[in-house]
Design a protein around this ligand. Structure first.
Ligand code: UDP
Ligand code: MG
Length: 316
């Protein structure tokens, strides 16, 4: 009998968990030919999330969990899940029911045709999302697809059912600056894209605001593309070329018309422009140096202070 593992990252999800548990139990009931393992990751929640998860794990024997010592972020939570679960098929699923568990039977069916190694989901609508967020999301997906090997589809969610082979590769990719959507695309394998209509959060509220998303996007781009560095070099080359022309102009003018003191305005413009450009390029380099620094420290992705069993690494 094949085992399906579901990884559920939870950060302050007390208002969603009961509904989630109901849905997932109903789906498991329908899929009689499979065993289920539900792996909750409490990502340092400050509400009653951990109490509820503990209760689930007491009441059911297919529920396991890990609880972080603080909030490490959804990426760390997913990594902890990938490292701990034991299923033949594995999926990450949000606790707020925005990744509908009801799609699972269909997704498993597609995997079992043998033609695909993973079934990934994407939202075809973004109904219920602030328009400004949708706009920037679109721009981001277009950009990152163009400049990296990450291969991310617009509207892609982290919800995807994967075969064990793929999960083993993801666990091996122990990078600190994790951007899972990029990692899933980068490792390749045959992926089927399953489209569905956006579902709004069952309860509670989103943990992301505009700045957090912007930071996450910049981090994703820096993790998967060196284009910003190349742009900085190219800007340097273009500026050098232009300055050679400007020097030529200054010399010729000096020879023809002498050297009356003037040109304060043009001087200031050039200085300010070049100064700004240099800082901008330094900033780009800084982004990459910062990431490299984080990688070299090799700190753990997460630290847990409670787990359901010994098969889970507490610091990893
Ligand atoms: N989440 C998490 N740690 C965080 C932020 C979010 O584990 O620091 C979980 C959250 O509990 C949810 C999932 O990640 O299960 C997606 O978060 P959310 O619904 O807030 O994101 P959105 O759907 O708005 O993109
Ligand atoms: Mg959500």
């Amino acid at each position: 009998m094949k085992k399906i593992s579901l990884i559920i990252p939870c950060y302050n999800e007390e208002s969603c968990l009961a509904a989630f548990d109901r849905e997932i139990s109903a789906v498991a009931e329908k899929m009689q030919g499979y065993r289920f393992e539900i792996f909750y990751v409490d990502d340092g929640s400050k509400d009653r999330t951990l109490d509820i998860i503990r209760r689930f794990s007491r009441e059911r024997d297919n529920v396991r969990y890990i609880s972080f010592s603080r909030n490490f972020g959804k990426e760390a939570a997913m990594y902890a899940g990938f490292c701990a679960v034991t299923g033949d098929y594995v999926a990450v699923m949000d606790a707020d029911l925005q990744d509908p568990p009801s799609l699972l039977p269909e997704m498993v069916k597609i995997l079992e045709t043998g033609e695909y190694d993973s079934v990934a989901t994407r939202r075809v609508t973004r109904a219920g999302e602030p328009p400004i967020r949708s706009f920037f999301a679109r721009v981001f997906y277009r950009l990152i697809n163009r400049i990296s090997d990450a291969d991310i589809v617009d509207g892609a969610r982290d919800y995807r059912l994967m075969k064990r082979e793929m999960v083993d590769v993801i666990v091996k990719m122990g990078e600190q600056n994790r951007f899972s959507k990029g990692i899933f695309g980068w490792i390749g394998f045959r992926t089927y894209w399953y489209a569905f209509e956006n579902v709004e959060r069952a309860a509670g509220e989103t943990k992301w605001n505009f700045w957090k998303l912007l930071k996450y996007s910049v981090s994703g781009i820096v993790s998967f593309s060196q284009l910003p560095l190349n742009i900085a070099s190219w800007m340097g080359i273009v500026c050098t070329g232009l300055s050679l022309l400007a020097i030529l102009f200054v010399i010729v003018r000096r020879l023809l018309f002498g050297d009356p003191v003037q040109g304060w305005a043009s001087n200031m413009c050039v200085m300010l422009f070049i100064g700004g450009l240099q800082l901008f390029c330094l900033g780009i380099i800084g982004q990459y140096v910062g990431k490299t620094y984080a990688e070299t420290k090799g700190r753990p992705h997460y630290i847990a202070n409670e787990c359901s069993d010994d098969g889970i690494e507490k610091v990893n």
